[in-house]
Design a protein around this ligand. Structure first.
Ligand SMILES: Cc1cc2nc3c(=O)[nH]c(=O)nc-3n(C[C@H](O)[C@H](O)[C@H](O)COP(=O)(O)O)c2cc1C
Length: 256
């Protein structure tokens, strides 16, 4: 049994390599009972500021897992900042006995720091990383990816920088531009019902926004930007092996 969270498809791509029918966390969170039993149970998720998205944390805190082998695979794009150690701490807090935590370096979809046209050109050797990971999972390897002091310092620095960001930056994090045509794709790819089409235009409420950027990356008009400068507002990203329909199926809260 494998659960996943995705904004732009990287984590879904990895999840599909591990299991044929991985389960979307935004969808399973609609269920009343979150108790699961299987021979092995895993979670694939991106890291945001070196940690898993808030919804993945909520899922781990509320779910009960019965398994002999629990693992986490974290996708990231540039700097993991000791994500494996932070994920291990989260598992401890949730009472989850975790056996394996590993990272996969992929395209970095964080628009303020990276130009997607540049990211798409880089060969991050994803399939080579996946081959190692799949072998590890097959033999139920027990290993938490190592973290060093430099990684820990990077995370501390990140936390310091975060404190300086004014709250209103997040409240208005997603900005809908005038060229929005109200197609509703943003609403369908949003895992947290933070965006709705009202009177033919997308309207954003921070609410439980995961800052996954699914809306910005999926907008066919490039009409969704951020409250902080972007490297290249004209270039967006979706994992090349994942369709828009799959992102919608993973995340849509429409008709909830
Ligand atoms: C809000 C946010 C924060 C991120 N923070 C980090 C980070 O701290 N380190 C990193 O290497 N990548 C970071 N990334 C990049 C993603 O972790 C990476 O692109 C991931 O593979 C995206 O997965 P997805 O396509 O399944 O959404 C961040 C992306 C977002 C949207």
């Amino acid at each position: 049994m494998l659960f996943y969270f995705t904004g732009t498809g990287n984590s879904l791509y990895v999840a599909k390599k591990i299991e044929e029918a991985p389960i979307s966390i935004p969808q399973i969170m609609r269920q009343d009972s979150l108790e699961f039993s299987d021979e092995s149970i895993g979670i694939v998720a991106p890291i945001y500021g070196h940690e898993v998205p808030p919804m993945v944390k909520d899922f781990m805190k509320s779910a009960v897992f019965h398994t002999d082998y629990f693992y986490m695979i974290l996708t990231y794009g540039n700097r993991h900042g000791g994500a494996a150690e932070l994920a291990k701490q989260l598992c401890d807090e949730c009472g989850i006995k975790v056996d394996y935590i590993h990272m996969v370096l992929m395209v970095d979809n964080w628009l303020p720091s990276f130009d997607m046209s540049e990211q798409k050109k880089l060969d991050k050797k994803v399939d080579e990383q996946l081959a190692v990971l799949l072998h590890d999972l097959k033999i139920h390897k027990r290993e938490i990816s190592p973290v060093n002091d430099q990684d820990r310092a990077a995370h501390q620095q990140f936390l310091e920088n975060q404190k300086k960001v004014p709250e209103e930056v997040w409240q208005h994090f997603i900005q809908i531009k005038d060229n929005c045509i109200g197609c509703g794709i943003c609403e369908k790819v949003c895992p947290s019902s933070s965006i709705h089409v009202i009177d033919g235009k997308a309207v954003y409420h921070f609410n439980h926004c995961q800052t996954c950027l699914a809306c910005a990356h999926a907008c066919p008009q490039k009409a969704i930007g951020l409250s902080i400068p972007e490297k290249n507002p004209q270039e967006r990203y979706r994992n090349e092996h994942i369709s828009l329909q799959e992102i919608i199926q993973s995340n849509s809260q429409v008709n909830r």
